[in-house]
Design a protein. Structure first.
Length: 147
């Protein structure tokens, strides 16, 4: 059985374009995979505002899942070391293995959901690594679409 999951980033997007993509995708829930979801820099994507807008504009639920976020230390080291993406990937994959996210989270959480992070493009965001890791652990059951 395939589990359909989408991913989306909110930077470099207007609120109209962001919520339009969510609405058109048909997802039923947004799973926020950011460590910090209340930053003033997040604009319309601050946790409480985002949950409200998703319900009001898209009839979509909102869940924050920090278990799927890198630690502050991993993020800080990534920035200090001039954004070495390979090192970040290895450390984050190791963190997910250590956390055993494939055992703590059920595939049902992801079915019909959309993983949210800040980065505009999935190939430069940890949400792609979450999907890759879980697909490996769950036998390729995730069918991923980037919005």
């Amino acid at each position: 059985m395939k589990i359909r999951v989408a991913t989306i980033g909110f930077t470099q997007s207007s609120a109209e374009h962001f919520f339009g993509r969510i609405r058109e995708s048909g997802v039923g829930k947004v799973v926020d995979v950011r460590l910090h979801n209340t930053s003033q820099l997040a604009g319309f994507a601050k946790a409480d505002d985002l949950a409200y807008f998703l319900r009001a504009l898209c009839d979509v639920d909102y869940v924050h899942e920090p278990l799927l976020a890198p630690t502050e230390e991993i993020m800080s080291d990534f920035r200090k070391k001039k954004n070495d993406w390979r090192v970040f990937r290895e450390r984050f994959l190791g963190l997910m293995a250590e956390r055993q996210i494939e055992k703590k989270l059920k595939p049902a959480l992801f079915n019909g959901s959309c993983l949210l992070c800040a980065e505009a493009k999935p190939h430069h965001c940890h949400r792609q690594f979450v999907c890759d890791y879980l697909n490996d652990k769950w036998g390729g059951t995730l069918e991923v679409k980037h919005l």
